[in-house]
Design a protein around this ligand. Structure first.
Ligand code: NAD
Ligand code: UD1
Length: 335
């Protein structure tokens, strides 16, 4: 299985899940948002290092060489840029990396007769949903270049599958991935100031940031703060294995929400993380963040029925595992 973006947060945890299930992942990453040191951590957990190619998904010749040399049967495509705010400042970089990267990958797969793709999509393709929980057939829209890149890629994959029905395209729409491997040796290692809530909270807890800014407390939610469906990254990783095993070789476009079906507010997250780290976390209420929605959580029933997958780790484990990783690796992966 070729894992593009395999050194990143979700790709590295999915590599663990693939290896645990007896698959043979081959990682490809240009390391623009990750560190090669993760390979040693994977080896420490699993007893062997996966093969790794330091390469860019926009390099078609290199991709074809890897697909052939490694006799790849399926691709899980994580490689992308993912910061929403940054995408509004440098949209061309986002379209170039995310869209062109996917088009080049598809060309290489076609040339090498590899027809199974699992794609990292996002709940962001639902825009501001009319109701929650969100089901897969809900209308799609995008409010920023990052989200639009995911939406366009979904449509490209649908168009290609319609033209060439032997492609198996799986679109996995992640809700909010958090947590870390239970060992505390692998986790999320954001560069610069974290955009997302959980890495920001862990950095406040460790003393790298003074306090959390809560973006708005006047939403029509349980306590006025935004509600999201946080999912443990190892549950998400196992969802990829189930999806791959179910969809491999089945022509079609297979779309699944990967979420827990439960929503928690920012204040509930602060309280849960305070319990995990053993002290109160300073915060203040700030203005709403442009583009944010009040609430967003999944109806994960389709994945449960068709893939036999369901998230099993609760909020307490998500916070405990994030904290174990952050407290034992205060500056993330060291080279
Ligand atoms: P990440 O940045 O940790 O991982 C992405 C990896 O891709 C990085 O290791 C990066 O170096 C690599 N990469 C980027 N461009 C590349 C290129 N052109 N060639 C080769 N490698 C390249 O991010 P993540 O959180 O692990 O996200 C993985 C995927 O899941 C992304 O597609 C992201 O958009 C999607 N996603 C993430 C979230 C989230 O909250 N983390 C939510 C929904 C969807
Ligand atoms: C964000 C992105 C989304 C992307 C997802 C995963 C935006 C508008 N949306 O989603 O497109 O798919 O990340 O990468 O950026 N919060 C705070 N203070 C903080 C950080 C967050 O109060 O410092 C709040 C947010 O307002 C939100 C919740 O925490 O209510 C979760 O935020 P975040 O982790 O950034 O995820 P999303 O906004 O769901």
């Amino acid at each position: 299985i070729l894992v593009t973006g395999g050194c990143g947060y979700i790709g590295s945890h999915t590599t663990l899940a693939l290896m645990a299930a007896g698959h043979e992942p081959v990682l490809l990453d240009n390391l623009c948002n990750s560190k090669q040191a993760v390979l040693g951590r994977i080896e420490a957990i699993t007893g062997r290092a996966p093969r790794f190619y330091h390469a860019d998904v926009r390099d078609q010749a290199r991709l074809e060489q890897v697909l052939r040399d490694e006799q790849i049967e399926a691709v899980i495509h994580f490689a992308a840029l993912k910061a929403v705010g940054e995408s509004t400042r440098i949209p061309l970089d986002y379209y170039e990396n995310n869209l062109t990267g996917t088009l080049v990958l598809l060309r290489a797969m076609k040339a090498c007769n590899v027809r199974t793709l699992v794609f990292s999509s996002s709940a962001t393709v639902y825009g501001d949903p009319a109701s929650v929980p969100i089901r897969e057939h809900f209308p799609r829209s995008a409010t920023n270049p990052y989200g639009r890149s995911k939406l366009i890629i979904e449509q490209v994959l649908e168009d290609l599958q319609a033209a060439e029905p032997d492609w198996s395209m799986t679109l996995l729409r992640y809700f909010n991935p958090v947590g870390a491997h239970e060992s505390g040796t692998m986790g999320e290692d954001p560069q610069g100031i974290p955009n997302n809530l959980m890495p920001f909270l862990t950095q406040v807890a460790i003393g790298r940031r003074e306090r959390l800014s809560i973006f708005g407390n006047d939403y029509p939610t349980v306590d006025g703060t935004g509600v999201r469906d946080y999912i443990h990254v190892m549950d998400l990783a196992e969802g990829h294995v189930k999806a791959l095993e179910h969809c491999h070789g089945k022509g079609g476009v297979h779309t699944y929400n990967l979420g827990t079906g439960k929503g928690y507010s920012v204040l509930q997250m602060v309280a849960a993380f305070s319990r995990a780290c053993g002290h109160e976390l300073p915060y203040h209420i700030d203005a709403r963040r442009p583009g944010d929605i009040a609430e967003c959580w999944a109806d994960p029933a389709k994945a449960e029925q068709e893939l036999g997958w369901q998230a099993t780790r609760d909020l307490t484990s998500m916070c405990a595992d994030s904290w174990r990783w952050q407290s034992s690796n205060p500056t993330g992966y060291e080279e």
